[in-house]
Design a protein around this ligand. Structure first.
Ligand code: ADP
Ligand code: 5GP
Length: 189
């Protein structure tokens, strides 16, 4: 078993941005756990790269077959989950696994793997800024956007259960802080 680096935060807080950066500067040390989801790909997303995009029935079958390390209905009727096969593949290559999972999924992973996991909560400077970033990303239709914002307030109440909270205000500072946190964690015996 290897190490785990978990990023959780409300949608739009910057997880994807931070994770992509870390993977680009430390590609030999870590790899991204490509989750499975039943949501449809966004423009530019590729099956097997951002997510394994599965039909609902297929996802449910895999739950029954115990193929998931964890899974959540993150939004009403939309399933997301971490496949054991992804995690084992990355550990077998000698790297740490990086997760971009919802707050509940992140806490479940942390509880299970304890000191082998670093759980980072990425917080937006405010809910207003979060809304602005989500709107600017313009990947969500309005009712999905409302659902994500409604969920954000609930998710923000879990931040103190994480190992560390990073406020993603100035992106450059956030990237530096996360690089240091992850490097220190990976260097720990
Ligand atoms: P998540 O993966 O948590 O949903 P993203 O990484 O997609 O969030 O970020 C949401 C949007 O906010 C993206 O358009 C991203 O470019 C932008 N963004 C991320 N961090 C910052 C920041 N510190 N300042 C301004 N915009 C940011
Ligand atoms: P998005 O649809 O914006 O890509 O992701 C929506 C939410 O689902 C994000 O909070 C993301 O972290 C979460 N998510 C993505 N993959 C997984 C997963 O495998 N498990 C869990 N629990 N949440 C996930």
């Amino acid at each position: 078993m290897g190490k785990l680096i978990i990023f959780s935060a409300p949608s739009g807080s910057g997880k994807t941005t931070v994770v992509k950066h870390l993977l680009s500067v430390m590609p030999d040390k870590m790899a991204f756990s490509v989750s499975a989801t039943t949501r449809k790909p966004r423009p530019g997303e590729e099956n097997g790269r951002e997510y394994h995009f599965l039909e609902f029935d297929d996802f449910e079958k895999r739950i029954e077959n115990n193929e998931f390390l964890e899974h959540e209905e993150v939004y009403a009727g939309v399933l997301y989950g971490t496949l054991w096969s992804e995690v084992h593949k990355i550990w077998d290559s000698g790297k740490a696994v990086v997760f971009d999972v919802d707050v509940q999924g992140g806490l479940n992973l942390k509880r299970r793997f304890k000191q082998d996991a670093l759980a980072i909560f990425l917080r937006p400077p405010s809910v207003e800024v979060l809304m602005e970033r989500l709107r600017k990303r313009s990947t969500e239709v309005e009712h999905h956007l409302q659902e994500r914002i409604a969920k954000a307030n609930h998710e923000l109440s879990f931040e103190n259960q994480y190992d560390v909270v990073v406020v993603n205000d100035v992106l450059e500072d956030t990237l530096k802080t996360c690089e240091k946190l992850v490097t220190d964690f990976l260097n720990k015996p």
